[in-house]
Design a binder for this molecule. Sequence first.
Ligand code: APR
Length: 309
Amino acid sequence: MGRAKITVVGAGNVGATCAHWAAARELGDVVLVDIIEGMPQGKALDLMQARPIFGFNVEVVGTNDYEASRGSQIVIITAGIARKPGMSREDLINTNKNIVAGVTREVAARSPRAVLIIVSNPLDAMSYVALKVSGFPKKRVMGMAGILDTARFRCFIAMELKVAVEEIQSMVLGGHGDEMVPLVSYTNISGVPLRARLSKKRVEALVERTRKGGGEIVSLLKTGSAFYAPAAAAVQMAEAIIKDQKRLVPVSAYLEGEYGLKDIFFGVPVILGAGGIEKILEVKLTPEEQVMLERSAAAVARTRDALGM
Ligand code: APR
């Protein structure tokens, strides 16, 4: 078997960073696609020239033509517009719906066995578009959000407690919006419950910062939205699938009754392996978390309905 092929559509901030990390980790050959002429070609060539220095032996191709993506195992879709200060993820819906639908048609026709990882926002709605347009089985279409939101929560906890980030275990579920649901009851520092180390008030402050984590970066950058951590999260999902790691991580998955929700993409814990989403786990929530989850689901359902699909 040859190397895996990973196509990244959208060679902007998130897409180029995905290509960078996927190549540096030697996950497979990378095809970077964008509509802007020359830009993906330039970034790909630049990455190719970094290989002798860091010593990674994969090919990176930049193109405006989907033919090079043929036979991809993974397609990461980052095409679309990003938020500017004052915008919510939902404000992107009309532009990104058409872009994601068009991109999905192109990649699905050439890589009918691929797993699609959606990054374009509003995330849960764009994943819905990709599922409907591709006609792929639900286990091969997913959105990247939960790993990112969880990483933000883990990062803030580690900064507060001055402890290594790897020791912090947590899970953020729900929609990729300000109503997301950090599961405090499952959050621990190498097994020590978070609540035993931090006051309720501090925990609440970190939860709030996590919910607005994307917005905090948008207001600092002013010209776009976060990309290092989002790309890292998308690449971790690709790695779990390519290496059949069976990782238990939160991703936006199509639900058909799980958590009492139907016909909606929503952040839930899953097992990620070679088949894509191999299993959706239903974990027990506290009554408080259950209320938050329902509120988040209502917000995601409104955005899905706004798609008119
Ligand atoms: N086909 C391919 N590429 C496209 C298309 C299309 N139809 N339409 C736009 N693009 C490309 C743009 O040319 C641009 O290079 O998508 C890229 C988007 O890059 P950025 O503007 O840098 O945005 P980025 O920060 O990467 O965010 C991309 O991910 O996190 C989400 O909310 C974010 O929806 C946004 C997406």
